[in-house]
Design a binder for this molecule. Structure first.
Ligand SMILES: [Zn+2]
Ligand SMILES: [Zn+2]
Length: 244
């Protein structure tokens, strides 16, 4: 794969900064690198086979029971890792400490995974935060990964393509049905950004996938040609709906 010049320079800038301020690993806190070799090896990936649509691990069949009952709106969802440490720890840091450099380190790991999926996506759209949370936090943690990922793959980055039209409560503690209702109709898309384009929708963690499905429905409604969804992590059944 050819590395776009802009991404090369972006990475060189971070590497130079590391010489001046030695970084700390976002997974384990050890000093020396932003995402150390140990943590790289400790990342748990989804066990194959996975559901063709939503990507959760399965025993054998092609579609999980949920997707058989009601297909989500996105075409395919895939996650780079299981929502366990060290990735869980890193995502937490990203969310609450605006660690831009850690976002870059995680994106570098995701590039290979994403390229391997061979999706024909042209534009990366992060799942947006609500206005209130956006004002409190001042940034969208998903963009910290999505932006360098777009640079690395030469895709366009469209952080404003989706927005929330109403505040939704946190999905934590809600049942699958409640989650779906909570995010239904909560988004709007800018037609000019997405019409006729194949979109890669991105989020940090997927649990039931209802947020991604609702975003995908909105994107299709605004004329998107296709919507694929990618998350850094996937929360599994044993994580429960009360934690994520
Ligand atoms: Zn580490
Ligand atoms: Zn499924």
């Amino acid at each position: 794969m050819n590395i776009p010049l802009a991404y090369f320079l972006y990475r060189v800038a971070w590497a130079s900064l590391d010489l001046i301020f030695p970084p700390i690993c976002g997974g384990c806190g050890k000093s020396g690198s932003r995402w150390c070799k140990d943590c790289q090896q400790r990342v748990q990936h989804m066990v194959e086979p996975v559901c063709e649509v939503c990507g959760i691990s399965l025993e054998d069949s092609h579609l999980c029971p949920d997707c058989q009952r009601a297909r989500p709106h996105y075409r395919i969802l895939r996650s780079w890792s299981v929502f366990e440490d060290p990735v869980r720890n890193a995502l937490h840091k990203l969310k609450y400490r605006r660690d831009v450099a850690l976002g870059d380190a995680l994106a570098a790991q995701l590039v290979e995974f994403m390229v391997g999926l061979k999706w024909p996506a042209e534009i990366i759209v992060p799942v947006p935060l609500g206005k209130k949370r956006s004002q409190e936090r001042g940034y969208n943690q998903v963009s910290l990964i999505a932006r360098p990922l777009a640079l690395a793959t030469g895709m366009a980055f469209a952080p404003d393509a989706l927005s929330r039209v109403r505040e939704t409560r946190s999905q934590v503690g809600l049942s699958k049905m409640e989650r779906r209702a909570n995010v239904s109709g909560a988004f709007q898309a800018r037609t000019a950004h997405v019409s006729g384009r194949c979109v890669l929708l991105m989020d940090d963690v997927a649990t039931t996938g209802s947020t991604l499905s609702s975003c995908a429905e909105t994107l299709y409604g605004a004329g998107a040609r296709d919507v694929f969804a990618l998350t850094v992590s996937r929360a599994m059944a044993h994580h429960g709906l009360d934690s994520v």
